[in-house]
Design a protein around this ligand. Structure first.
Ligand SMILES: Nc1ncnc2c1ncn2[C@@H]1O[C@H](COP(=O)(O)OP(=O)(O)OP(=O)(O)O)[C@@H](O)[C@H]1O
Ligand SMILES: [Mg+2]
Length: 598
């Protein structure tokens, strides 16, 4: 009787294992791009035809391969990235198994062109269905170009499972976005049938995050944590930018994008109560830790990793996000302006601060037209007589005092400005410090302006590229109809569009985030609440508008933005109290600070 169990032939083994690594065009692109990253590429170009079903080309400017390496690279378990078992516990590259090219070569027509820096010429290797067909010299620049044609030509069952061209293309672009998040200094380009779908030029982490998250840099808050060998760096969007989709959550561990429910939860917890129930956090976090604490070898496609210290990492993420959003227990005291830095100076118990903005460019203070358009002669006269002594004394426990006219003069005279905790603007004046609550101040400025608009002028607007149709509930529609003139003066341009439906054609010029119309629903709702608390409809509407459109706590300000606030605040009729009734400014005397050191 012949034996039933037989050894599979080598080619069949390759096809089977290829199934584990290569599932669809996106997984081929992932393996090839990871190889390019490991090869130190600075620019990676990817081109697809028919969603990658027909052709996938990945070209890089990395170190390239010699002729000898080329003949090795398509063999299973052939890798330059690991040579001993102990290496498996400290992996520094994305690849380590020496499996990807062999697997891809087994199920496609594969061509690899490559050249190292020192070689006289490049080499081309052609593999078909796992069999080496050709190897010859070619002229080319340093780097590697790999083309994969007719994916799954010899495994028809798998080919049948491939989806529509658009779907396969989408898988590839989504995967690339995740990889690009981990490597901002590398440029990525994706083309499909000569159409450019992705173009991420090399940049720094923050800008890459802003590009991928589609949140402007100023809507992002920095996250930093560095403790006991774990470093977390990243950005989270301030709550106003968070939306109803989970699509913008990125965690990258040592360059690998990973999925981790517990880490996502930790970020959400880090927002504290700041995130409304129906919103999801938007963030990008880069984690670095000892490679020996990570097991990357738990998934055939390297999609999952295991962390030895997951509980610790999760707690650290929550703490770091809290710190970034400046919830209690933020502990840093870092001064980044003026080139010097110094260590924590403990002022009382929990008063540590973090200054983040550089010293203001004094030319910005007095230059440029009055952008808010609120400085009338009357306002200026008013501000000249104004005394800052209304500053709420109760807000500072020790030594706070009112502000004098002299202080105002000092403020105008090239103040040094910093932003503190992304929440207060701090001005250094001759005899102390003045603190301005950025949100209350900006609300006051905007309130003054918006009130003037609805009372007299009309606001400037920005035309929408695609007018937005909004359907309102009947109660909301009634409010809208009654105050349509006020809406118009704020800068909304709209047309009636059937029953309870309006077509918004333009929005106020300064409104940045209006959430595709959601702003209007919220505005109407908040105005209704404001009305319930005794304000006139117009005041309630303007206040709701101002609250939604002003700078918020937690928002990092540029020097120009801070200057604008400092310049325009004194020109408002009531610079001490915000439109919601909160104090705007406080002063701490130098003598009070001096006393802390005696
Ligand atoms: N774009 C490239 N530039 C330079 N060398 C490359 C490139 N792609 C592959 N190589 C070389 O070919 C080898 C085999 O690549 P392959 O992807 O099959 O395995 P790996 O990256 O080592 O491990 P893994 O299977 O986990 O990806 C690599 O170790 C590397 O030396
Ligand atoms: Mg690889």
């Amino acid at each position: 009787m012949t034996a039933i169990i037989q050894r599979l032939d080598e080619n069949l083994i390759k096809k089977i294992s290829a199934g584990e690594v290569v599932e669809r065009p996106a997984s081929v692109v992932k393996e090839l791009v990871e190889n390019s990253i490991d090869a130190g590429a600075k620019k990676i170009n990817i081109a697809l035809r028919a969603g990658g079903k027909q052709t996938i080309i990945v070209a890089d400017d990395g170190v390239g391969m010699s002729r000898d390496d080329l003949s090795m690279c398509v063999h299973r378990h052939a890798t330059s990235k690991m040579s001993s078992a102990s290496d498996l516990f400290q992996i520094h590259t994305l690849g380590f198994r020496g499996e990807a090219l062999a697997s891809i070569g087994a199920v496609s027509h594969l061509a690899i062109d490559s050249r190292t820096r020192d070689a006289d010429e490049g080499t081309r290797l052609i593999v078909e269905g796992g069999i080496e067909r050709e190897m010859r010299g070619i002229g080319r620049a340093q780097g590697t170009t790999i083309s994969v044609r007719n994916l799954f030509f010899n495994t028809p069952a798998r080919r049948k499972f491939l989806r529509h061209v658009d779907t396969e293309t989408r898988h590839t672009s989504q995967m690339l976005v995740h990889l690009a998040a981990g490597y901002p200094s590398i440029g990525f380009e994706l083309k499909h049938e000569d159409r450019q779908l992705i173009n991420f030029p090399p940049t720094d982490r923050k800008q890459r995050a802003a590009d991928l998250l589609a949140v402007p840099v100023k809507g992002l808050v920095d996250i930093v944590y560095d403790h006991e060998g774990l470093s977390i760096e990243g950005v989270v969007a301030i709550p106003e930018h968070c939306n109803r989709s989970r699509g913008k959550q990125y965690i990258i561990v040592r360059g690998r994008p990973i999925h981790s429910r517990s880490m996502v939860e930790a970020v959400t917890l880090g927002y504290g109560g700041l995130l409304p129930d129906d919103r999801y956090a938007i963030f990008m976090l880069w984690l670095e830790m000892d490679p020996r604490k990570i097991d990357v070898n738990v998934h055939p496609m390297k999609r999952e990793i295991r962390l030895a210290n997951e509980t610790h990492v999760v707690a650290a993420i929550e703490e770091a996000v809290k710190g970034g959003l400046r919830l209690p227990d933020s502990q840093s005291f870092v001064y980044e302006g003026g080139g010097s830095s110094f260590q924590p100076a403990q002022v009382g118990e929990d008063t540590s601060v973090s200054f983040s903005a550089p010293e203001v460019d004094s030319s910005a203070i007095h230059s440029g037209p009055d952008e808010t358009g609120i400085a009338t002669k009357r306002d200026l006269d008013h501000s000249a007589q104004m005394s800052f002594s209304l500053v709420a004394p109760a807000t500072l426990p020790n030594g706070d005092e009112g502000l004098s006219d002299g202080d105002i003069a000092a403020v105008r005279d090239r103040p040094k400005l910093w932003q503190m905790h992304n929440q207060y603007i701090v001005l250094q004046i001759a005899d102390g410090l003045i603190f301005i609550d950025q949100q209350a101040a900006h609300e006051r400025i905007n309130y003054t302006k918006a009130m003037r608009q609805v009372e007299a002028l009309a606001g400037e607007c920005q035309q929408l590229l695609f007018p937005l149709k909004l359907e309102l509930g009947s109660a909301d529609f009634a409010v809208f109809v009654e105050f349509r003139d006020d809406f118009a003066k704020l800068g909304f341009i709209f047309r009636d569009f059937g029953e309870r439906t309006i077509l918004i054609e333009a929005i106020p010029a300064e409104l940045e985030h209006w959430g595709e119309g959601e702003f209007i629903y919220q505005l109407i709702n908040e105005a209704r609440d404001g009305r319930a608390s005794g304000r006139s409809w117009r005041e309630a509407l303007v206040l709701a508008y101002v609250r939604k459109s002003s700078i918020k706590k937690g928002q990092k300000l540029s020097a120009v933005e801070m200057n604008r606030i400092v310049e325009h605040l004194p020109k408002t009729p009531d610079p001490h109290i915000g439109p919601s009734g909160k104090p705007i400014m406080a002063k701490i005397q130098l003598s009070t600070i001096d006393r802390l050191f005696t």
